[in-house]
Write a protein that binds this ligand. Structure first.
Ligand code: AMP
Length: 413
């Protein structure tokens, strides 16, 4: 990594530091369902506080579309329906700042920030209540920076966005000293290093709904990996490109030629591109999504005209697991099927299990999003090398893109 990190900064005592975190945690009924991002932000926050910095934390939460609403507040303390202790700000306070003498308050106002003492932190309310955040408004950047001397970006989950708090505040020259936090450093050191210089065999596993969402990812990973494994809804466009009928499965007609091109590219480069050899099919998409289904397994070249492919079959699970078993590095993004339904989650579970089985022998990286949630729900979180806190950001890394939230940071001297 050629970007400076908080570790490279000398003498933080009394320094005013603005830290962009990603506290955009999934919530259900006012409760946090996955606190990975909060936990990931803690090392940087603690480091800065221990060093005596005056810390202002900021983050976005959800998509409030520039309108203030209680639902998207980071601090829901005053929301009667939500139990104290279950709110984002309370959670951060409890986890990050434990019993330390730290003030954690809502502080969009300069007064609070100017009153900060060494080793104290404040949290600014959801940045996306302001349209200026996503539009990179310069006056907003200046207000956000206020009197901060140092900018720390630790919001990996938002590093692929070019917004006021993620990039513009530095790009406009408002804060000159700009470094990454420990979370971004860790995410990059594991993911970028593996992509650049993987141990081999290097296996990439891609799933999820649509091919169209992952065109550049497929193309870039094909160049880097030895085996590319395809599952999920996107597999059917590939199967169609292979000449198979796919019934009523998810199909992206416009991308059939692209899939042909990728298969030819793999062949020419001597890479293995694996598609499901058997498929779990149903008559229709489950409604509700976790409702009952009439699932049967068929070979992938025999999908009936009135059936829909919903998951990889048993033979495919074994095939994919065998490639994982022999791998020295694996990256995975996207479920193998409609994993929200217990009957159709077996393929996704099998991949998660196969990754857990090679723990310690192979670098295993989960690129955030649904696959990260699946690994966590299955209790395999401590049986993989790395679970990214950013689905979109890691996909852009897999595409070979430079993320704006990282590009703007100071280079190492
Ligand atoms: P993505 O956001 O692209 O990672 O896609 C995740 C979504 O893909 C999940 O909600 C899955 O239910 C869905 N998905 C996975 N496999 C299939 C499939 N065979 N047909 C339809 N949707 C699928």
């Amino acid at each position: 990594m050629n970007k400076m990190s908080v570790k490279d900064l000398k003498d933080l005592k009394g320094k005013k530091v603005l830290v962009r975190c990603d506290f955009n945690v999934p919530m259900k009924d006012g409760k946090i369902t996955d606190e990975n991002r909060i936990m990931g932000a803690l090392p940087t926050i603690k480091y800065l506080l221990d060093a005596g910095a005056k810390v202002t934390l900021c983050s976005h939460m959800g998509k409030p579309h520039s309108i203030f609403s209680k639902e998207f507040k980071l601090n829901k303390k005053d929301q009667k329906k939500v139990d104290a202790g279950e709110t984002t700000a309370e959670e951060i306070k409890a986890k990050a700042l434990k019993d330390e003498p730290v003030k954690l308050t809502l502080a969009p106002v300069a007064k609070r920030r100017s009153a900060l003492k060494e080793g104290e932190a404040v949290l600014i309310e959801n940045l996306r209540f302001h349209w200026e955040e996503e539009k990179k408004d310069e006056a907003f950047c200046k207000a956000l920076a206020y009197d901060a001397e140092i900018y720390v970006n630790d919001a990996f989950g938002t590093a692929h966005r070019s917004h006021a708090s993620t990039a513009a505040i530095v790009e406009y020259g408002i804060i000159k000293t700009a470094v990454c936090g420990f979370l971004i450093e860790k995410e990059l050191s594991v993911m970028a290093d593996t992509l650049e210089n993987p141990a081999r065999p290097f296996v990439a596993i891609l799933g999820g709904a649509k091919v169209a969402d992952k065109l550049n990812v497929i193309n870039n990973l094909l160049e880097k990996c030895d085996t590319l494994i395809i599952g999920g809804g996107m597999a059917y466009t590939f199967l169609k490109a292979k000449g198979y009928e796919v019934g009523t499965s998810l199909l992206d007609e416009e991308k059939i030629d692209y899939c042909k091109e990728m298969m030819a590219k793999a062949k020419a480069a001597g890479k293995e591109l694996l598609l499901p050899v058997d498929t779990v099919v149903t008559s229709c998409f489950p409604d509700p999504i976790d409702g009952e289904v009439d699932a049967v397994t068929v070979d992938s070249d025999k999908i009936p005209a009135d059936k829909m492919g919903m998951d990889i079959g048993e033979k495919t699970r074994a095939l994919y697991a065998s490639r994982i078993q022999n791998a020295k590095a694996v990256i995975w993004n996207g479920p193998m099927g409609v994993f929200e339904n217990p009957t159709l989650a077996k393929g996704t579970i099998a991949v998660a299990q196969a990754l857990a089985d090679v723990y310690g022998k192979c670098t295993t990286i989960i690129g955030g999003g649904d696959s990260a949630a699946a690994v966590q729900q299955l209790g395999f979180a401590d049986k993989v090398t790395h679970i990214s806190t950013g689905g979109g950001a890691s996909l852009e890394l897999f595409e070979g893109k430079t993320l704006p939230g990282i590009a703007c940071l100071n280079d190492k001297e």
